[in-house]
Design a protein around this ligand. Structure first.
Ligand code: F6R
Length: 602
């Protein structure tokens, strides 16, 4: 989503903030800007709608090397159009103060009206602008920037990570509430950033601002005010591996490389977690109560993480016969919760506001919360009772691919480990699930190799199709959902998934001559009828995961029971198809329009 960087040090502060910003650009990329203070007390302010790289020229031309304090921002628009005027940093009436903000100020309209009445002049359409004018009011003579910022945020409602720059003193101040912000000392200067990835190569460790902490960075160094009145920040976190940017490998985009990495990611997860399954060690190590003491499981997530949760739910539900629900995090507030429910909150970024909000609304006397994330120092990880890292490594493409595989496998390992000591599962069935799990890396590798040429050819065939259907039944349905999600995100074409049995109850009306219909075949014989209904109307069926032998020209279904989490490898050709079609349509597959890698607004 939006990204914040800030630096205070002896020289080239604007350049440092810009380089850090470039590392965050994949997270939100509508517009960008830098404000800085030169050593002589003058200020510099550059904004663009053309990407962070385009800030370099104007910054150099305006004396970037002589700057000692700077703040930067890359924006994902919520309020106000994508224009240079609406880009951050946003300045106060006098041009002395600048502010960058992530999050949403829910009462911005009311505050704006008050500030206008008090004589402030507004230059943008964005909710964030109220912050800089509130700060302008709060920064009275003799008062530090940090104290002024603490007062300025008092009337705000919503969520924020804010960094302010006083170009007169060169001080920086930051605060956070429901949106991430970290501090790091790089030895030759101090950084603030909304994501450790921005500054990962420059630092060894970092500290996290808890809600309502305020920090001030000035000539005297760092001052930290915690919301409870203490001035000691919480402990340091080491830089996670996920924060280091990856290469694109042999592809021109990160997504292509991330799809190819999936067998290796699967192997890493299984090597790390599978040894703790059979004796329940993995489950116990998480500090969760025995599964016998849990009556319900609820998986919570958004988008691809929700789909991963649905696959994991299969292991608890189909295999363990536990009552299991998968919940869209943004709708979870409407749920009725049973006691003794284990909540598994799934998020690759660990910063998704919808998830964090859903956790806040859980009943206090409910069951434990397990965070499954690719970011062990994230807000989600810090708020959960137990945390498991899905070990996907850095994922740069906005569309989740390898994190999906890693989430499913991590969650399945945890589920199997929890179930292993309950006596809920027949030992032979358990053994066959374990075999399926350990065979996954090879199944993913085979899917990559088998489907690549077909998906390239299909992308060409279907390049003019305006809509796509994805069908599945049972354990295959979640992969149909993920295929449709990938396709719409990347190609900007309409795509929907349906339980195949529902087709005849309405969606069949969408099928016409040539309509592409992807069918995730998990071996359910009823799919034959669904497919026949489509082909009878001229639809073009692409069957993924076919388990049919032809005997004397007739199809013979192999009696095969897939694992409880469904045919995971079928997602690979669907990811490849979405990427191939998007490339053919000249889309930016790493940065699809209107989307962001970390969705920090709810
Ligand atoms: C899809 C995608 C999004 C995310 C969703 C949740 O490719 O990337 O649908 O899955 O925004 O994000 P996290 O996992 O960070 O909570």
């Amino acid at each position: 989503m939006c990204g914040i960087t800030a630096y205070r040090g002896p020289t080239a502060a604007a350049g440092r903030a810009r380089v850090a910003l470039e590392r965050l650009e994949y997270r939100g990329y509508d517009s960008a800007g830098i404000a800085a203070r030169r050593a002589d007390g003058t200020s510099l302010h550059v904004r663009t709608v053309d990407g962070v790289a385009s800030l370099s020229g104007p910054l150099e031309a305006r004396g970037m090397d002589a700057t000692t304090a700077a703040i930067g921002h890359t924006r994902w628009a919520t309020h106000g159009g994508v224009t240079e005027q609406n880009a951050h940093p946003i300045e106060d009436c006098s041009g002395r103060l600048f502010v960058v903000h992530n999050g949403i100020i829910e009462n911005a309209d009311v505050l704006r009206a008050d500030l206008l009445a008090a004589g402030h002049r507004f230059a943008t359409e964005v909710d964030s602008e109220v912050i800089v004018h509130l700060l302008e009011q709060a920064l009275r003579p003799g008062r530090g920037l940090g104290d002024a910022l603490a007062e300025a945020v008092r009337p705000l409602e919503g969520s924020w990570a804010i960094v302010a720059l006083d170009t007169r003193s060169g001080a920086l101040a930051g605060t956070a509430h429901g949106s991430p912000l970290i501090y790091a000392d790089a030895g030759d200067g101090m950084y603030l950033a909304s994501d450790v990835g921005a500054v990962a190569p420059m630092i060894d460790d970092f500290r996290v601002l808890e809600d309502d902490d305020v920090v001030q960075l000035d000539g005297d160094g760092l001052r930290w005010h915690r919301a409870d009145g203490s001035s000691r920040p919480r402990g340091r976190w080491p830089v996670p591996q996920t924060a280091l940017l990856a290469s694109t490998g042999r592809h021109r985009d990160h997504m292509g490389n991330e799809i190819d990495e999936q067998p290796a990611v699967a192997r890493r997860v299984i090597d790390a977690l599978a040894p703790g399954i059979s004796d329940g060690r993995l489950w116990r190590g998480l500090g969760l109560p025995p599964l016998d003491g849990i009556d319900h499981v609820a998986v919570l997530g958004c988008g691809t993480s929700l789909n991963a949760g649905r696959a994991i739910a299969g292991a608890f539900g189909r295999l363990g016969a536990m009552p299991t629900r998968s919940l869209i995090a943004s709708e979870a507030g409407h749920e009725v919760w049973e006691p003794r429910t284990l909540v598994i909150a799934i998020s690759q970024s660990g910063e998704t506001a919808d998830i964090l909000r859903a956790l806040e609304r859980l009943p206090r006397d409910g069951g434990p919360v397990l965070a499954l994330t690719n970011n062990a120092s994230s807000s989600l990880a810090r708020r959960a009772d137990a945390v498991i890292d899905c070990l996907a490594g850095p994922e740069i493409g906005v569309a989740a691919t390898k994190t999906f595989i890693a989430q499913v496998l991590t969650g399945v390992c945890v589920a199997l480990s929890g179930l292993s000591t309950t006596g809920r599962v027949d030992p032979n069935l358990f053994a066959s699930e374990l075999r399926a799990l350990t065979a996954t890396p090879d199944a993913l590798a085979a899917a990559l190799e088998t489907w690549r040429p077909t998906m390239t050819a299909l992308a060409s065939d279907f390049s003019r199709a305006s809509g796509f259907l994805f069908l599945g039944r049972g354990g295959g349905l979640v992969y149909a959902a993920e295929g449709a999600l990938k396709l719409k995100e990347l190609s900007y074409r309409w795509a929907e998934h349906q339980p195949a049995g529902e087709l005849k109850h309405g969606p069949l009306a969408l099928v016409d001559a040539g309509t592409p219909v992807f069918v995730i075949d998990d071996g359910d014989p009823r799919l034959e009828v669904d497919i026949a209904e489509v082909t009878a109307r001229g639809g073009r069926v692409v069957r993924i995961g076919e388990r049919v032998l032809r005997v004397g020209g007739l199809p013979l279904h192999l009696p095969r029971r897939g694992p409880s989490w469904g045919p995971l490898e079928t997602v690979v050709p669907l990811q490849m198809f979405a990427r191939e079609l998007a490339l053919r349509l000249h889309r930016d597959v790493d940065k699809p329009r209107n989307l962001a890698k970390s969705v920090t607004v709810s």
